[in-house]
Design a protein around this ligand. Structure first.
Ligand code: FAD
Ligand code: UDP
Length: 367
């Protein structure tokens, strides 16, 4: 078979590698000047810089963990971000350290009593949006200091208009445990993520064309391929025929600083409204770096307009309904498989993308 893969990100690269291993020919087109999509990391001053935002690998799926470990050695990094609310520092995710600092409570029962007291404002209503969900999980103080402004900066709309599931990504723990994730396996690939994708695509059956936008050469490329794996925006594939899906974009401001340690942690969230960025990443701490310099990145959320990078799908009801129309049409395409964060319009993390890509290959090769 001749496969054409649109997008050299994680989804496209796993698919490419797996079918190439089975002897098929693969051609990958990528519109950026580099492979690896949003997990791209670049060596600057001996530090692996996560060019498109902090990427921490975490999963409870052993198959996915073993799979990704074939391509890199992972370190023991555990994500424990801190929040800076107008100079007050709190541990994340919301756990006994957070509750103790905020309320002086010592035991889980005291913390729970405080949350129960504060969530009474909901009068027992079942949460139907992010604001209500947050208050019901952690009460009004944490909602105000650690969630409301951060979330409204991130998504550009009031919490009461956002889907509840977004906040359910974060654990709430009645233990003194600052691990941001509940997953069994977690770490950062020593030497960065780009090597993983390089190893996948460095295969005699795979040809990669960078700086190549699929839509510029669509007819020609489609003609050459028996099957297409498309990991770009699903609405763009169908020329926006049902209307445009919404995305959220980001602007990254990278700085090299002449000091060894800027903030003492890889991730510091700014949960206030005044700072327009949501977080500052200090990349060296992902790999316990001891370089003389440091690199930081400020992450500014931004409205998305055509031509901008679509970092996040906006999975609210309106957009999910619209996606369903595109998905129905996608299913009818015999020659095209849609995958990844943009192809499926889903807030997928890396482990989910690998899982989906491996399943997709299994289905494809079984046919
Ligand atoms: P992408 O990486 O977006 O790859 C798609 C590729 O297709 C891109 O390279 C794009 O340029 C290319 N493309 C699109 N259209 C065309 C076209 N027309 N022609 C040619 N090429 C095209 N996940 C985690 O597990 N942990 C984290 O900590 C984490 N942090 C994140 C932080 C941020 C800021 C963001 C945005 C995401 C984060 N993720 C994280 C999610 C992770 O980035 C994704 O799960 C993963 O990168 C998705 O891979 P993909 O192949 O679906 O998409
Ligand atoms: N969030 C928050 N305060 C924080 C961190 C996260 O309110 O300090 C909320 C915010 O709505 C965010 C969601 O939790 O969109 C999910 O956070 P996560 O860190 O998983 O976001 P991502 O890394 O995907 O941007």
């Amino acid at each position: 078979m001749n496969y054409l893969i649109v997008g050299a990100g994680l989804f496209g690269s796993v698919f490419a590698y797996e079918v190439a291993q089975k002897g098929h020919n693969v051609s990958v087109v990528e519109k950026r000047a580099h492979i690896a999509g949003n997990i791209y990391t670049e060596n600057i001053e001996g530090i692996q810089m996560h060019k498109y935002g902090a990427h921490i690998f975490h999963t409870s799926n052993k198959e996915v963990w073993d799979y990704v470990n074939q391509f890199a050695e992972f370190n023991r990094y555990t994500n424990s971000p801190i929040a800076n609310y107008n100079g007050e520092i709190y541990n994340l995710p919301f756990n006994m350290n957070t509750f103790n600092k905020l309320w002086g409570v010592i035991t889980p029962a005291e913390a729970q009593a405080k949350i129960d007291e504060q969530k009474a404002v909901l009068n027992g209503k079942r949460p139907s949006n992010l604001e209500e969900q947050a208050i019901s999980l952690v009460g009004t103080d944490i909602y105000k200091k650690l969630i409301k402004d951060y979330t409204e900066k991130q998504w550009g709309r009031p919490c009461a208009e956002l889907p509840a599931f977004i906040i359910k990504r974060l654990p709430v723990r009645m233990t003194y445990d600052n691990n941001y994730f509940n997953d069994k396996y977690q770490g950062i690939p020593i030497g960065g993520y780009t090597q993983i994708i390089e190893k996948m695509l460095d295969h005699p059956n795979i040809e990669v064309r960078l700086n190549t936008d699929f839509f510029e050469y669509k007819d020609e490329l489609e003609g050459e391929a028996d099957k297409i794996i498309y990991t770009g925006m699903i609405d763009q594939y169908f020329d926006y025929e049902f209307g445009r899906l919404e995305y959220r974009s980001l602007r990254f401001e990278h700085e090299v600083l002449d000091m060894p340690n800027y903030q003492g942690n890889a991730v510091v969230n700014y949960t206030d409204a005044e700072n327009k960025f949501t977080r500052i990443i200090e990349h060296k701490h992902f790999e316990f770096g001891e370089q003389e310099k440091t690199i930081i990145t400020k992450e500014y959320p931004a409205d998305w307009k055509p031509g901008d990078e679509p970092y996040y799908p906006v999975n609210d009801q309106k957009n999910n309904e619209l996606f369903k129309k595109y998905f129905k049409k996608a299913k009818e395409q015999e020659k095209v498989i849609f995958g990844g964060r943009l192809g499926m319009y889903k807030y997928y993390d890396m482990h989910m993308v690998i899982h989906e890509a491996l399943n997709c290959v299994k289905r494809e090769l079984a046919e």
